[in-house]
Design a protein. Structure first.
Length: 106
């Protein structure tokens, strides 16, 4: 009676097995803005080239897949949520007094 659960079951719902629709829209928007900036602002210096390429590089970095998370954007959202919400941890250890409290509640 062993059950086999595939580890990559969510990959089948992703585009190319990696990206969500929002990820691709965000990256396409960044690339589109970069192309528009390259046409409008002629990069004659290094600073101009960096400014022109920044939207594609930033959105590409955000949708970069990493292990144990979906992508960098997910990590940033989790870190932001962790530090901006109130954290309350209830201790449930291996103490004898906790076991006594549990039996008294019943």
């Amino acid at each position: 009676m062993d059950y086999l659960i595939p580890a990559n079951s969510k990959k089948s719902s992703l585009i190319f097995g990696v990206f969500t629709t929002f990820d691709l829209i965000m990256f396409a928007t960044g690339v589109g803005i970069t192309i528009l900036l390259l046409v409008v602002i002629n990069p004659t210096s290094l600073l101009g080239a960096v400014i022109d390429l920044a939207p594609a590089v930033i959105t590409g970095f955000l949708v970069l897949p990493i292990p144990n998370y979906h992508n960098i954007k997910t990590v940033i959202q989790d870190v932001y949520h962790f530090y901006t919400t109130r954290q309350r941890y209830i201790w449930k250890g291996w103490c004898v007094s906790d076991a006594l409290k549990e039996t008294n509640k019943k």
